[in-house]
Design a protein around this ligand. Structure first.
Ligand code: PLP
Length: 429
């Protein structure tokens, strides 16, 4: 009797399972989950303002949506896709490494990590590498290294970590505490103690703020989120003088401006900033999550076993992609191309500015371009999207362009034509 009941329940359970599976399958096949803003609002925390397009694949500078529209992508995954979409060398490197080993952890040594580290050291002339997964994690690691390094001076108060106004360094607590804009910080206090801000390019303020209590000053040579503004040469020179006087570290955040985007692999070489620590991310993993902190001899032995680490940092597939990405940048002379295409875009934009009073200023460093306009840049981003061009707005009234480094002149010209149309239509009402 007991066995019969158990058998009956067992059978029923199987039938129920099969039935629910069938419903599930039916549901899935009959009604695929709509990828639209309405579903997005139901599924996710509301922290991203997404475009109303669902993307499926990309080809070069073109991003394709599920309804067959091709968009000219002038933002390249927010400065990540340096090679555009679908680069065969990248796909091959990723596939080959994925077939061999996707993850093993930093308990082991892995060829792709070693090769990428060697390449970064050769490019920078620095001494040591630490790999993490995102920009903000690289900044966190740099803050920790700076404080530990400064602690060796024996002065327990030498812990101050400074950054520049209008900067952006990330969204985890340390990086956020160094970040200027209220919109990234408001509501999250208390922030990391011992942080402070120097007015951007203001030498007087720099002299006031740094002291023998300073452990590090974080700089972006070209501020990205801040609206594409370059640090001035005199400011950098004074910063280096003060470093000699007070013995602190200069940390270059190359997360957006690095990996060739400004026409040189590291943007700090434009101003000879001579950083002690360098943070890289965004394009470093060819679209896979990867970041790096590179340091000079001063900080080479600051970390000791167990001091710092991350499970995924330096993932072998991401490192293989990074090696392929850097090789492609070199093979295709993409730094030179970024410089040339950037200058071409700058000249064309200047011509637009002469005809359209809405354009107030243009700033261009390689393929990092900011166009200041006389109203919220969001308006122009929306108009461009209607014409199938993807732009980005930052700092309220700045249109930011971060196209792939291999964008063609014709594609760049297409973007200019669309901008011209938008400004003309706006004037015509
Ligand atoms: C200059 C700079 N630093 C840090 C970050 C943070 O990087 P992530 O978003 O990968 O954490 C960004 C991201 O936009 C950045 O542009």
């Amino acid at each position: 009797m007991f066995e019969t009941i158990v058998f009956h329940h067992y059978n029923q359970a199987i039938v129920t399972l099969l039935f629910s599976n069938t419903i599930l399958k039916h549901k899935l096949s009959m009604k695929p989950l709509p990828v639209n803003l309405e579903t997005e609002q139901k599924l996710f925390f509301h922290n991203y303002a997404r475009f109303p397009i669902a993307v499926t694949h990309g080809e070069g500078t073109w991003l394709c949506s599920d309804n067959g529209i091709r968009y000219l992508d002038m933002i390249a995954g927010i400065g990540v896709n340096a090679l555009g979409y679908g680069d065969e060398r990248l796909i091959e490197a990723i596939s080959a490494q994925a077939a061999k080993l996707i993850h093993a952890s930093n308990l082991f040594m892995m060829q792709p990590q070693f090769e990428l580290a060697e390449k970064l050291l050769a490019l920078s002339g620095l001494s040591k590498v630490f790999f993490a997964n995102s920009g903000t994690e690289a900044i966190e690691a740099a803050i920790k290294m700076a404080r530990k390094w400064a602690g060796r001076s024996g002065d327990e108060h030498k812990k101050e970590v400074l950054s520049l106004s209008n900067c952006f360094h990330g969204r985890t607590y340390g990086a956020m505490s160094l970040t200027a804009k209220a919109k990234y910080v408001d509501g999250f206090d208390p922030l990391l103690p011992g942080t402070g801000m120097i007015a951007f390019n203001d030498i007087e303020d720099l002299e006031k703020k740094v002291s023998d209590k300073t452990a590090a000053v974080f700089i972006e040579v070209v501020q990205g989120e801040g609206g594409i503004h370059r640090i001035s040469q005199p400011f950098v020179e004074r910063l280096k003088e003060l470093r000699r006087q007070y013995n602190f570290l200069i940390v270059a955040d190359e997360i957006q401006a690095g990996c060739g985007r400004t026409g040189k692999f590291f943007s700090y070489t434009h101003v000879d900033a001579d950083p002690d620590l360098v943070c890289l991310a965004k394009p470093l993993g060819g679209g896979l999550p990867l970041s790096a902190v590179i340091g000079n001899e001063k900080v080479a032995d600051v970390l000791t076993y167990g001091n710092h680490g991350t499970t995924f940092g330096g993932n072998p597939v991401a490192c293989a992609a990074g090696i392929a990405m850097i090789k492609a940048i070199e093979e295709d002379q993409l730094m030179q191309r970024a410089e040339e295409t950037g200058r071409y875009m700058h000249d064309e934009l200047q011509k637009l500015a002469a005809r359209h009073p809405q354009i107030l200023d243009i700033r261009q460093y390689g393929l990092m371009i900011g166009i200041t306009v006389d109203k919220e840049a969001k308006y122009y981003v929306e108009q461009a999207l209607r014409k199938h061009v993807i732009l980005n707005a930052t700092s309220q009234n700045v249109i930011r362009l971060l196209p792939p480094l291999n964008i063609t002149k014709e594609e760049a010209q297409q973007c200019i034509i669309v901008l011209d149309e938008i400004f003309t239509e706006e004037t015509a009402g």
